[in-house]
Design a protein around this ligand. Sequence first.
Ligand code: NAD
Length: 259
Amino acid sequence: MRLDKRIALITGGARGIGRGIAEHYAREGAWVAVADLDGDAATDTARAIEAAGGTAMGLAMDVTDEQAVDRGVAEIVNQWGGLHIALANAGIQHIDPLDKLAFADWQKVMRVHLDGAFLVTRAALQQMYAGDGGVMLYMGSVHSLEASPLKAPYVAAKHGMLGLCRAVAKEGASHGVRSNIICPGFVRTPLVDKQIPEQAKELGISEQEVISNVMLKNTVDGEFTTVEDVSELAVHLAAFPSAALTGQSVVVSHGWHMQ
Ligand code: NAD
């Protein structure tokens, strides 16, 4: 097992990509704290992991709430004695052209991705620095590295998370902390399913055209990236044994973006 008894926090872990990673981490032996805005769904996911033989706890946590993040991390440390891996994965999307974008919508996307990633980072680093170091991971996107129309706040926030990841790699190194950002292409989760009709309406094309001409147009094979693809990479990055791999963005996108 590649993550035997490693204690991991995954935000936005109740569904989608976060849930897939939580389940994969548990299969690799990690003890997984599933944190989510939807506390009941986080508990359900943790129970499902335990039913499959893993170790998990569910936490209600809004990553934009400073006290909630600090409280959640304290609970993990109180119950399990430390924190080795933290993945800032919670995220939302908002589709609008820039000239019609409400300030409140811009701020909401920034808060969840950037403020959330910062608060999780700070709370996790305090524990990792007090222990033997650890691994910070961020759920970026191909949009950490390039832009698409109608997604300005998301693109800006995901680029910001790349900057945070790199800052953590520099500051954390002397404390034994490594930091990397995962950059997936499109994965069929509730987040993506919601934006297909929204983009179709905004662009005046069919939903099938959004999939083939917008989302998958620049992939090498017209395929969606899967939750399993992303979770395998997340295990690999968490288990990687040295700081040879730190401050990196790793793209998993069927060739949509090549760096
Ligand atoms: P999803 O909508 O299926 O799941 C997101 C989860 O985050 C949900 O459980 C939701 O309750 C939780 N969440 C939202 N706001 C939160 C908050 N304030 N505090 C705590 N939890 C919160 O989305 P997903 O597709 O699984 O996306 C997960 C991450 O992967 C996001 O950061 C997203 O930007 C990123 N990503 C997704 C894709 C994709 O194609 N699906 C591609 C690249 C990156």
